[in-house]
Each structure stands twice: as structure tokens, then as C-alpha cells.
Write a protein that binds this ligand. Sequence first.
Ligand SMILES: Cc1ncc(COP(=O)(O)O)c(C=O)c1O
Length: 306
Amino acid sequence: MPDLPEKKPYVSTHKAEEDPRNETLLYYVNGRIVPRSEAVVSIYDSGFMLGDGVWEGMRLYDGKWAFIDEHMERLFEAAKAIDMDIGMTRDQVKQAVFDTQAANDMTTDVHCRLMVTRGVKTRPFQNPRLSQQGPTVAIIMEHSKPSIPRPIRLATVPHLRGLPMTQDPKLNSHSKLNCILACIAADKAGADEALMLDIHGFVNTTNSCNFFIVKKGEVWTSTGDYCMNGITRRKVIDVCRAAGIPVHERNFSLVDTYVADEAFLTGTFGAQTPIGTIDGRQIGAGEMGPVTLRIRALYKELVARA
Ligand SMILES: Cc1ncc(COP(=O)(O)O)c(C=O)c1O
């Protein structure tokens, strides 16, 4: 689908190359693989109406879905946490992914958004008991090669990562309004993505990716409290440890961040995305630094081996 005309130039952390094959994709909706015109859900759907659902973003590289078992584990744990029965086994969900891939004749550089909501409600109200028809399972799978033309600009925003007892930010829930408001605030400030603090004021994560800095050869990321338990985040920590790169999950402030040598984002879509500026301060040389480059290579090797 062509990009919408842009009101002003901006760079998304999830920008992919245009690919004409995406005009004629097939989508999975509740066991059927259908063209876009039929890939629809009810206006009574719990996901549409209330953001009541969980999802996974996954990537296909060279015929293999990277870390698919970890994605299944996170999805099924999230579903259990919100007391939602997916109504399928992990293998059946994986099979739905493979079937959608085969129907679209896809082999590499593909992104998949796998969504499970509490399904169609009998009345347009919040109580989950009104969702009686079983879950809605839908898959959007697109040809997708990240194409981010320059390092990302971040702006710190007033929207915090919430406490676990409000809406645990570890959950990959459909309702992302806190993150969306953060992203809007960053956009208004002229940045591409929002840098979000935790309730203590420590630097935590961005609205759609996990956040790392590099200082004197050490890699720092937040403690993991208050942010999504990103699979890419975990793999970056693992590859650093395996390669002897010092890596710390710790609290750190904006002061530490502004003077970092490098900063980068992690997420399934873009793997590791360099950050050029934060709140108008250039980070390091303002481009992808040597440690980020090394981690990128190590991550790529891990994906190939996994
Ligand atoms: C808020 C947020 N942080 C981080 C991530 C990255 O997680 P992963 O590395 O598992 O893609 C996501 C992706 O869904 C996200 O929504």
C-alpha cells in the first residue's frame, strides 16, 4: 500500500521499503486465508471496541521465523495473564503463520503481526463476559525490509511507563494508547519516536522499541521493569554476554543518556536501529557507532543460527 501523503517529513522506526507485492496480500482471519477486502472483523470485536487482546510481531529471515517459540511463549503467557483462551495450541498458531506465509509465497524479509482478541461481544460494553463467541485470531503478513534513511531522533515525553498494577507495560496488549500519546508528543516536538521514563525518572524505553546506550564500551539498558519484555532486547543482552561485551540492566538517567557514546533501539521490525539525537542533543557522532554495528552483526549471526 503506498504511504499516505506526509504532512511533514518524518522517519518512522517501522518504515519499510515499498514493495508492490504488498498490494495483493492474503490475510489469515479465524482459520480462513482471504484477500484484504474480506480480511475484516466485527465492529463488536473486543479488540476493535476496547483494545482487549494481545499480539506478536515476528520476522521471517531466509525461510525461518526468528525466535518463533519465544514469540509463542510470550503470546500464550500474555493470553493467560489476561484470562483469554486462544482456543488453539501453540503448534496450531504456528501452523496458521506457516499457512499464511505459504499462501503468500513468502521466503524472506517478511514481517508478521499476529493478533488475538477476546472476540466478538454480544453487547457493546466492557465486561469480558460479553465476549462469548471465542477469540478472533488474525494475521497480517507483509513483505518488509526496514528502510530507515537516517538515525532516529528521540524526544523525552511526559508520558510515563506505568506501574505493573495499572496496565503492566510488559504486556503486549492491543491497547497502546499510552504509547500512542507518547509518540504524538514526540512528533509535536519534532522527533520520530518518544523516549519514555519510568515512575522514578529513570530512562526506560521508547513508545514502540526497547532502548540501549553505549558508554565507554559498556552496553546499558533499563532494568526491564516498566518496559516490554522485548525478545530482541533479550537477544541483544545474550549476544553481548556471549561475546564478552559488558552489558548491564540498570537504572540510568537522562544525564547519562545525553552523554552516551552511542544509543540504539531494539525491536523485531528493525533489529537494532541507531539513534542520532535525543532532545536535540547529538548522541556520540550522531550515527551508528562501532558497538552498535558489532551487536548488529552478532544478532544477525544469531538469527542465522537459531
Ligand atoms: C512498547 C514496545 N517495546 C518494545 C517492543 C519490541 O519487542 P520485540 O523485540 O519483542 O519486538 C515492542 C514490540 O512489540 C513494543 O510494542
